[in-house]
Design a protein around this ligand. Structure first.
Ligand code: AMP
Ligand code: MG
Length: 345
């Protein structure tokens, strides 16, 4: 599906180096930024009626706040904090929504050979990127076995979660923003909106087009916040970028950042950024984090196996790599055999 979108609609402008944002304001278009979920949220949409447009934007921001209140590890009253407090001792009931997202998280763990694993937080909580604090080798060794999604016991009948070991912690930072973006797009569609972009940090989803042209999403240079290394003209897709530049500190020339390899309990260092394009933002969010952990060879192999998913990866030396679907969109003469090896969603 995406490959068709790429062929028909990407119009070969992948490597253009000018940002197309800005320009004249167009009647009916509305844009708002807000800081929610510890990140920058942007909503941009078309609605002929200004009051209804404003209402739709407020509904989106309310939804972001609602999800933050349920899923943030920093809010003591959130369902997620309750799980981290109690689920090692007993099965804890959660909402349908959270249960489904946890179920989906486990499916992404299975699909990625454990690269995506929300129990990374069992070690991840020992990092404090603002304070340049990290666990020492002894602490990692003591806790790393707690990182294992098999330590999550999900009971579909009672809709409860139990942690199989004491000390297990979870964090939905690698998937909750994508989920929020998907919910917000559904809300906008219920408001009758057909052209919109919702972005939360590195996760975006767009519907329809923008002023009759594709939306343009820029991928930033991982080593320079003001530089764009690729522009993606996109219609009706989601796109997520995971990078080692969002939350990090350096020590002895080593970058300690927020994407943790579940095998080592240390930051994953094969890539500088991973951008995933796909049908929905929950998928692209989880896969961008996963592919970042998997690295170039294993990450790209996974992407090329998944129908409807494409990727742009920046390796540790700053070189860019494109998935088969994007290579053939950039260069229609290249002969790439589309994979026929589907992976369960
Ligand atoms: P993203 O920017 O979407 O890649 O999300 C990064 C966030 O995902 C981090 O800040 C953590 O909260 C979480 N995270 C880090 N490592 C992992 C992992 N291996 N699996 C799942 N989530 C992770
Ligand atoms: Mg992600």
């Amino acid at each position: 599906m995406l490959i068709d979108i790429m062929r028909n609609r990407l119009i070969g402008a992948l490597m253009t180096l000018a940002l197309l944002f800005g320009g004249p304001t167009h009647a009916g278009w509305h844009k708002q930024h807000a800081d929610v979920m510890g990140t920058r949220v942007t909503v941009e949409l078309y609605h002929a009626d200004e009051a209804q447009a404003r209402q739709a934007i407020l509904a989106v921001l309310d939804e972001m706040h609602r999800i933050d209140a349920e899923m943030s590890p920093y809010i003591e009253s959130s369902q997620l904090s309750r799980l981290n407090r109690d689920a090692s001792r007993r099965a804890v009931p959660v909402s349908n929504e959270l249960f489904s997202l946890l179920r989906r998280s486990v499916r992404f763990s299975e699909m990625t050979d454990g690269a995506f694993d929300i129990t990374f937080a069992s070690v991840g909580y020992l990092y404090d990127y603002r304070q340049s604090r990290r666990p020492d080798a002894g602490q990692i060794k003591a806790f790393v076995d707690l990182i294992n999604y098999h330590n999550l016991v999900l009971d579909d009948r009672t809709r409860t979660i139990r942690f199989g070991k004491k000390g297990v912690r979870i964090d939905l930072g690698g998937i909750a923003k994508g989920h929020a973006v998907d919910n917000c797009i559904a809300i906008l569609q219920r408001h009758g909106i057909e052209n919109a972009l919702v972005t939360a940090g590195g996760d975006s989803r767009l519907i329809g087009d923008r002023w009759g042209r594709p939306w343009t999403i820029g991928i930033r240079d991982p080593r320079s916040a003001s530089e764009v290394i690729a522009l993606l003209p996109l219609v009706d897709v989601a796109v997520s970028t995971s990078g080692d530049y969002e939350r990090y500190f350096e020590e002895g020339g080593v970058r300690y950042h927020h994407i943790i390899d579940p095998e080592s309990g240390d930051s994953a260092r094969e890539l500088q950024s991973a951008t995933i394009i796909g049908p929905d933002a929950t998928t692209t969010d989880a896969l961008s984090t996963s592919v970042f952990v998997l690295g170039l060879a294993r990450g790209m192999a996974l992407v090329n196996r998944l129908p409807g998913i494409d990727a742009i990866l920046v390796d540790s030396t700053g070189n860019m790599h494109y998935s088969n679907g994007l290579e053939s969109a950039r260069n229609p003469d290249s002969r790439v055999n589309p994979s026929t090896d589907p992976v369960a969603p």
